[in-house]
Each structure stands twice: as structure tokens, then as C-alpha cells.
Design a protein around this ligand. Structure first.
Ligand SMILES: COC[C@H](NCc1c(COP(=O)(O)O)cnc(C)c1O)C(=O)O
Length: 322
């Protein structure tokens, strides 16, 4: 995808010695934490903002976000010289508010969880004539995210044995599935990782229909959509898709191990994916015969996240380990 179609960069694909040793095959880290706004979001959100800016004289864009989609929208809007409003739930760390303001965004806080912020964003879009940039539920967002797979196809020596992604509302997952179909890797197993209390896709898979969670009780608030998007639910029905859930403590331990071994600090939302290796989910799935043993290779989408710094990590360590 060329520059005019978005504002992301081609990210590093690096081998993780520590993770490879743990599961006995090469683990490749797709470092979306290296994106300009700290997460993969800029791929799909940037692509959608670019299309909105080129298709009509928008009076501005508005995005409801747990933080990272908001960061991507604010960054793209600044580049496109579009007014931008971001609506956050009160669960979003304060450090994000300042980062958004530094990008020139108008920031509003509404409600406890992302769903509350989204309702407010839709109301404001209506009343102020703003264009809604959805954080995960739009074909342009999925199309932008699918660029990850084209980069994997260009970089990997062969088709991966499996890919691991974190799921909030399911936008990243949809982008990965679209990209896999596009490059002819539709049979590659995809492991969808969520945290307990932000597991809308896993609950939907078990129920056989979309389910709205009663609340978001995970500290991984960037996975905090109460309902997965319909497209993610449809993709999740494929036999190549596996859905697993880890605890906040497992996600935290994964963040800490990743910081120690790979020297990169990521959000709990990303820790949910990293825990697939660090907490033995991959190994269990292999013992259950749900993943091949050995795997040809494993690609970990390091989704990143900019709602974390040392102080926020210490806060999470205190809250999750209390
Ligand atoms: C409530 O929040 C939804 C969205 N975060 C989503 C997100 C995900 C999951 O992506 P999704 O499945 O929502 O496309 C993974 N990893 C990170 C670091 C994320 O920030 C947001 O920022 O508005």
C-alpha cells in the first residue's frame, strides 16, 4: 500500500530467540509497536481517514477509542489538516489524553467503557456533521490492516505455521483474515487472544451468536469492546480460527517478560497475544492436537499500544497483583 493510501510504515519482522526456544520453532515478531502512533491502528485508521479526506469535504473526523485508534485518527487527521475529535471512556489512562492533545485533537471523556464513548461520538457526529472513523468495524479499516499480511508475504521465507492476534472489537483480526485470503494463505491457523472480562469474541464463539458482555472487567481496556463486530464473528466460524482467553495476570506477566527479553514495552492488550507463548497456550493447543507439533513457524502480531509507560505499568502491577 503506497504512502497516499495511509500513514503507516513497513514494520520490522524480527525473530524472538526466547519465544522460539519456548515453543521449539521460529517465532517472528511483527513489530507494530514501531508504528508512528505506537500500534497497528494507523494502518486501517490512516487508510480510512485518507479515503474520507479524498472523497468529501469533511468538516472533520471523530473517533471513539480506548486510546490507540484515537491516536491513529488524531495523527492521520493532523497530516490531512482535518479537525479531529476523540471520545474516550474514563478507563483510558490520563497519559493518552495529553498525547491526543499534543496531536491537536479535541478530547472528550464520556462513560466508563468504550461503548459509552462510542454512543457519545455518534451523537456528536450527528449534531456537528463530523465523519465517524470507527475503531474496528469498517471495511476500509480492515483493508488497511490487511497490509500487515502483504508485508509478511514479502518477508517470510515460507507460509507461517500460525499467526497470533489480539482481539478487541475484531478489526485487526478481520484485516489479518482478509490479507490471508488475498495472498492465498487462507488455511493458516489464526489464534485470537482475549483477556478474561474483555472476551466478547470467545463468548460469541461459545454461544454461536454475537453476545454483548455485561461489562468490561479486564484491565486491558484497549480490548474493551462489549460486542465483537459481525465480520469478526463470521471469520471466527472458520476451522482455521482458534479463540483463547488469558487472565490479566497472564497478560501482565507476558508484558514484563517481553520487556525483559525483547526490550519493548507494550500494553496489556498486546500482552494477551504474547501470553499465547509465555503462558503455554500454544503448547497446550499442540498437546490437544488443535495446532500442529512442531509448527513450521509462528508469527506474533505485536500490536503494541501507546497507552502505557513505566508509571502505568507500575499501576497495573499494583492493581492486578493486589
Ligand atoms: C476498545 O478499544 C478498541 C481499540 N483498541 C484495540 C486494540 C487491539 C484490538 O484491536 P481490534 O480487535 O479492536 O481491532 C489490540 N491491541 C491494541 C493495542 C489495541 O488498542 C481502540 O484503541 O480504540
Amino acid at each position: 500500500m503506497s504512502k497516499q493510501n495511509g500513514f503507516h510504515v513497513v514494520t520490522p519482522l524480527i525473530e524472538s530467540t526466547g519465544m522460539s526456544k519456548r515453543i521449539g520453532t521460529t517465532v517472528y515478531l511483527k513489530m507494530e509497536s514501531s508504528q508512528p502512533t505506537g500500534s497497528f491502528k494507523i494502518r486501517g485508521i490512516g487508510y480510512m481517514c485518507q479515503n474520507v479526506a479524498s472523497s468529501n469535504k469533511s468538516k472533520g473526523v471523530i473517533c471513539s477509542s480506548g486510546g490507540n485508534a484515537g491516536m491513529a485518527t488524531a495523527y492521520a487527521a493532523r497530516k490531512l489538516k482535518l479537525p479531529v475529535t476523540i471520545v474516550l471512556p474514563s478507563s483510558t489512562p490520563q497519559l493518552v489524553v495529553q498525547k491526543l492533545k499534543d496531536q491537536g485533537a479535541t478530547v472528550k471523556v464520556k462513560g466508563k467503557v468504550w461503548d459509552d464513548a462510542n454512543a457519545e461520538a455518534l451523537r456528536l457526529a450527528q449534531s456537528e456533521g463530523l465523519t465517524v472513523i470507527h475503531p474496528f468495524n469498517h471495511p476500509l479499516v480492515w483493508k488497511g490492516h490487511s497490509s500487515i499480511v502483504r508485508e509478511l508475504k514479502a518477508s517470510l521465507p515460507s507460509k507461517p505455521g500460525a499467526i497470533v492476534v489480539s482481539v478487541g472489537g475484531g478489526g485487526l483480526f478481520c484485516g489479518i483474515m482478509e490479507g490471508l485470503d488475498e495472498v492465498g494463505w487462507g488455511d493458516v491457523p489464526v489464534l485470537c487472544m482475549e483477556t478474561v472480562g474483555a472476551d466478547c469474541l470467545n463468548v460469541a464463539r461459545k454461544a454461536g451468536e454475537l453476545v454483548t458482555l455485561p461489562d468490561i472487567t479486564s484491565e486491558a481496556t484497549c480490548l474493551g469492546a462489549k460486542t465483537a463486530c459481525q465480520q469478526a464473528f463470521e471469520y471466527s466460524k472458520r476451522p482455521s480460527v482458534i479463540s483463547e482467553v488469558v487472565t490479566d495476570l497472564q497478560a501482565l506477566e507476558a508484558v514484563e517478560l517481553f520487556l525483559d527479553e525483547e526490550r519493548v514495552l507494550v500494553e496489556l492488550a498486546c500482552g494477551a497475544s504474547l501470553a499465547a507463548v509465555y503462558s503455554g497456550v500454544i503448547q497446550r493447543l499442540q498437546e490437544e492436537g488443535r495446532l500442529p507439533k512442531p509448527l513450521d513457524s509462528l508469527v506474533m502480531i505485536v500490536c503494541g499500544g501507546s497507552s502505557v509507560n513505566l508509571a502505568q505499568l507500575q499501576h497495573l502491577q499494583a492493581v492486578i497483583r493486589k
